[in-house]
Ligand binder design. Structure first.
Ligand SMILES: Nc1ncnc2c1ncn2[C@@H]1O[C@H](COP(=O)(O)OP(=O)(O)OP(=O)(O)O)[C@@H](O)[C@H]1O
Length: 339
């Protein structure tokens, strides 16, 4: 089966006034049709840069390398015409903060209709009916079609963004912190809605959040990013509830579970700060904040090793930590050591 999305060795570097910022450093991700993959990590770990790179929405200051295969076709090699055709239809993005993404002077029905009109996915005379249907799918009455964004609550506006993203029936939806700005109850409703819609319509979803509990509630698989790299990935339940990488473990402990009364409390946050992406420490980049770091971690930058591999060496889960890999790698893996 061809993957819906196959990201291989993705690198993104921003040119900034003070030099270069390597925001994404060799990320591999894979998503099957209809699957749900969560991408977690603290602010600045590179999640949004990955999301934007998938549809080449990065600013001009960004240099991208690697491959982004969407249904086998490399997005990074597409001509502009092909890329425009793929956006909304092949893959659509729902961003955080619908108030800023929606046009304040345009009725929401017209905004939901726009991608369908531009891409010609629905005949013009059927668009109003499809808008009403999409509003129904996201739990809004068709009567709201003539409303302007300011007449809707934050949660309702986010539902409109989801309706827009679904309008052209994309095979992939990328939800970047799509529920972060909402209160806990509305957040849970929108997550349940997204989960139901992707399951019913067989859409693949890449969901980005700094909050692992959000991803645990929504996704089959989770990848955790730290300083531009994936440090652990595997089945959501295992990565979130029995993390193998010390960073995934710290991130998991930092957020109360969804549905837990304590979830109304502010997250505790992780001690210490992420490294300066322009000047990461040698060895494992998480070492300065790691509670279980050893001397070897100052020199070894571990690749993703299988966690609990079967006798054939296969594993559904991988983590980039010397405590996970075979006995003790003696060379810097990226300098030639083998996992
Ligand atoms: N346009 C830009 N120019 C220069 N550096 C940038 C730019 N956008 C992001 N960065 C830097 O790239 C790194 C990754 O940022 P990114 O926004 O992808 O992380 P994130 O995990 O999505 O964080 P957040 O949740 O805060 O958006 C950070 O160090 C950030 O400062």
């Amino acid at each position: 089966m061809t993957s819906l999305l196959d990201v291989r060795e993705l690198h993104v570097t921003y040119r900034a006034g003070h030099g270069e910022v390597p925001a994404v450093r060799g990320v591999d991700l894979s998503l099957d049709p209809g699957g749900t993959l969560g991408l977690a990590g603290e602010s600045g770990s590179g999640k949004s840069t990955v999301a934007l790179a998938l549809l080449r929405l990065l600013p001009e200051s960004a240099r991208i390398g690697g491959q982004v295969l969407l249904e086998g076709e490399n997005v990074l090699d597409m001509r502009w015409g092909r890329l425009r055709a793929v956006r909304w239809v092949g893959a659509a993005i729902v961003f955080q903060g619908a108030m800023h993404s929606l046009n304040p002077v345009k009725r929401i029905g017209d905004q939901i209709a726009e991608p369908m009109a531009i891409h010609g996915t629905v005949p013009a005379n059927r668009i109003p009916g499809r808008v009403a249907e999409l509003l129904g799918q996201v739990g809004l009455p068709a009567s709201r079609t003539r409303d302007y964004p300011h007449q809707l609550s934050g949660g309702q506006r986010q539902r409109v963004m989801i309706a827009m993203a679904l309008a052209c029936e994309p095979r992939l939806v990328i939800a970047d912190e799509a529920t972060t700005a909402l209160d806990v109850m509305i957040q849970a409703q929108i997550l349940a809605l997204l989960k139901r819609l992707v399951a019913e319509q067989g859409i693949g979803m890449l969901m980005i959040s700094h909050d692992l509990s959000v991803l645990a509630a929504t996704c089959d698989r989770v990848a955790v990013m730290y300083a531009g790299r994936v440090v652990e990935q595997g089945p959501a339940r295992e990565v979130v509830h029995e993390p193998a990488h010390p960073y995934a473990s710290a991130l998991s402990a930092a957020f109360p579970r969804i549905g837990d009364p304590a979830s109304r409390l502010a997250p505790r946050g992780l001690p210490g700060d992420p490294p300066d992406p322009a000047d990461p420490p040698p060895g494992c980049v998480f070492r300065p904040r790691c509670a279980v770091a050893e001397t070897v971690c100052a020199t070894v930058d571990p690749p993703l090793w299988p966690v609990d591999p079967d006798p054939a060496g296969n594993s559904a889960r991988h983590a980039a930590c010397v405590h996970v890999g075979p006995a003790r790698p003696l060379t810097t893996a990226r300098d030639g050591g083998t996992p």
